[in-house]
Design a protein around this ligand. Structure first.
Ligand code: COA
Length: 172
């Protein structure tokens, strides 16, 4: 996509220089939203693992099958979304984080809408997302945008076993 303007924020495709800020927003998201249910040592372990490594984020940004959008306000990146193509051809929103100071102003919704537009353009019919079962604000956000629970399972983070939920929404 080119550059899109909406409610004082600007949206653009991510580039390799964005990965450090992505990681920063991810760490902040984990510290603000997940600290209630993921213990500190497990948060640290996960954030230092492959999923949040700068190399992994660079791979995602460079992947032509992925959709990676950044939101900027006052020349500062305040949010981002990564959507990756799964081996079975479906798509998954793998990271969606908005700066804690800027949450609740529609940036998350716009990042998702722009992603949906691009997915439809590519002919995708469905998108998946995964959240911790105890991430109630995140779950409400997805449910308000039409996502339906498809699997209620468990995942391991360090030495904790945590509720893990999967949602899907049809793009048709
Ligand atoms: C989930 C998240 C991406 C949503 O981004 P956002 O920019 O706050 O989203 P929006 O402003 O579009 O919508 C947030 C909703 O919560 C409400 N809200 C109000 N104040 C809010 C606040 N301080 N924080 C979050 N949401 C708030 C909004 O009114 C809105 O409700 P609506 O959809 O009924 O209008 C963001 O809260 C976030 O980064 N959370 C931490 C990480 C996370 O949980 N990510 C999802 C991973 S599974």
């Amino acid at each position: 996509m080119g550059v899109t303007q909406s409610s004082s924020a600007t949206y653009r495709t991510a580039c390799l220089d964005d990965v450090e800020r992505m990681k920063e927003l991810g760490v902040q998201g984990w510290e603000t939203t997940y600290s209630d249910f993921v213990h500190e040592h497990n948060r640290r372990k996960y954030l230092n693992g492959d999923f949040w490594s700068l190399d992994r984020l660079r791979e995602v940004v460079a992947d032509p099958d992925a959709i990676n959008l950044m939101a900027e306000q006052n020349s500062q990146v305040v949010g981002f979304i990564n959507t990756e193509k799964l081996p079975d051809g479906r798509y998954e929103i793998t990271r969606l984080y908005v700066d804690a100071e800027t949450r609740g102003s529609g940036i998350g919704r716009r990042l998702m809408e722009l992603t949906f537009d691009e997915l439809k353009r590519r002919g995708a019919s469905e998108v998946l997302v995964n959240a911790f079962g105890d991430n109630h604000a995140g779950r409400r956000f997805y449910e308000r945008h039409g996502f339906e629970l498809i699997e209620d399972t468990w995942t391991t983070v360090g030495d904790q076993t945590l509720s893990d939920v999967w949602y899907a929404v049809s793009l048709n």
